[in-house]
Design a protein around this ligand. Structure first.
Ligand code: ADP
Length: 396
């Protein structure tokens, strides 16, 4: 079956058409500037990437252009919509309502809408994408795959904040965690790749991308993760602060004369390695270059980032009373050898020894610990689209 995977943002929409038997990507692309003007980037497997400027006043037109591209007589990859068996939608926040992926029904749409408050930037956009697809592909089964679902197995002690309990009861204030599709995919694949029994394993997944989070996966189930009610908590990220003393918010608001929205903007968009490096970059390739040319802020950013990752790993070893494997994934985890090297340099006490040659490689399933290392360490490239396609097929 061919599955269309849709990741819909407020003004953009990423898509992949995946054949679920061969797990090949038949075509992929991106609609951008929806509601502004509109641009479609489309690339069939083995073919040229094509960019076209097309009017996309709403997501419905954008999805129509995606369908037109996929079924185009020359550059399309299917003859008609009949060859698309299902659509898998990434949905950011499922609150406590969704611990698994689900086939989309009217009740599901309502329940997703009820989570809008928890992810006001993302969930409404995800819903718009689902509605537009339903309009253009009536009768095609649709599945929602939630970023938060994998983390719903966290115990209360891990998801409650040290806040008045009523805030949890009245407003659903608790830790949810994100990147769940990736943490689920990578932990499963790491167990398989490393020859571990997933149901009897302690795995830490470090999903280090522009947004970054870590999870502790005990016997295949998430028991803790670093992001919280929103993706702001936890690691230092590209532009997000991660954990900090909440009193800083009031202090900075006064000093910089900012309101709450202004402070949130700083914490989400101007902090992290970007802010630490004095706005040099949020991209680790630039930070590495900066360090090499002696930029002390780039070095500070890199060190703060890696130290925080190492501390989280240490705390998850404590949470699971041990660890069998650590998997690095996402843009930084898969590619930035220097980050893995720095992080692992803190973890010798676990009996980890690193194969320095293997660690220089990137972007493929790879063991980077030595044969006698007490804990296996691996690079496991994530593939959220494939994970969504698999979940979709399993449900339809
Ligand atoms: P997201 O999905 O959150 O946007 P990604 O997982 O795609 O993030 O990661 C993007 C980040 O990965 C970039 O910002 C950059 O810091 C890092 N990255 C990508 N390629 C490399 C590379 N070759 N070396 C070092 N870092 C890289």
């Amino acid at each position: 079956m061919n599955v269309l995977v849709i990741n819909c943002g407020s003004s953009s929409l990423k898509f992949q058409l995946i054949n679920s038997e061969s797990e090949e990507v038949l075509a992929k692309g991106l609609c951008e500037r929806i509601g502004i003007d509109g641009r479609l980037t489309y690339q069939p497997e083995g073919g040229e990437k094509a960019v076209s400027e097309l009017a996309m006043p709403t997501h419905t037109e954008a999805i129509q252009f995606v369908i037109d591209a996929l079924t185009d007589a020359e550059t399309g990859v299917v003859k008609s919509l009949d060859e698309i068996g299902a659509v898998g939608h990434r949905v950011v926040h499922g609150g406590e309502k969704f611990a698994n992926s689900v086939v989309i029904t009217d009740e599901v749409l309502k329940a997703i809408e009820e989570c809008n408050d928890l992810a006001p930037l993302h969930n409404p956009a995800n819903l718009i994408g689902i509605n537009a697809c339903q309009k253009l592909m009536p009768g095609t089964p649709m599945v929602a795959v939630f970023d938060t679902a994998f983390h719903q197995t966290m115990p209360e002690k891990a998801y409650l904040y040290g806040l008045p309990y009523e805030y949890y009861e009245k407003y659903a204030v608790r830790r949810y965690g994100f990147h769940g599709t990736s943490h689920s995919f990578v932990s499963k694949h790491a167990a398989e790749f490393l020859g571990l029994d997933l149901n009897n394993s302690k795995i830490i997944v470090a999903h280090l991308g522009n947004g970054a989070s870590i999870s502790a996966v005990l016997n295949g189930k998430c028991i803790d993760t670093s992001m919280g009610l929103t993706p702001l908590e936890g690691l230092v990220m590209g532009t997000r602060s991660g954990d900090m003393d909440p009193a800083i918010m009031e202090y900075i608001a006064k000093k910089e004369d900012l309101d709450i929205a202004g402070v949130m903007n700083v914490l989400n968009k101007k902090s992290g390695v970007f802010g630490l490096s004095k706005n040099l970059s949020s991209d680790f390739r630039d930070l590495e270059e900066g360090m090499e040319s002696g930029n002390k802020y780039a070095k500070a950013a890199m060190e703060v980032f890696c130290y925080r990752v190492a501390k989280y790993i240490g705390s998850y070893v404590a949470a699971m009373n041990g660890v069998d494997a650590i998997a690095f994934t996402a843009g930084i985890g898969e590619n930035a050898c220097i980050v893995r090297e720095y992080v692992l340099s803190y973890l010798g006490y676990l009996g980890i020894t690193v194969d320095a040659e293997a660690n220089k490689k990137r972007g493929e399933d790879l063991v980077i610990s030595t044969a006698d290392s007490k804990v296996k360490v691996a690079i496991i490239p994530t593939n959220e689209e494939l994970a969504i396609a698999r979940e979709t097929v399993a449900l339809v």
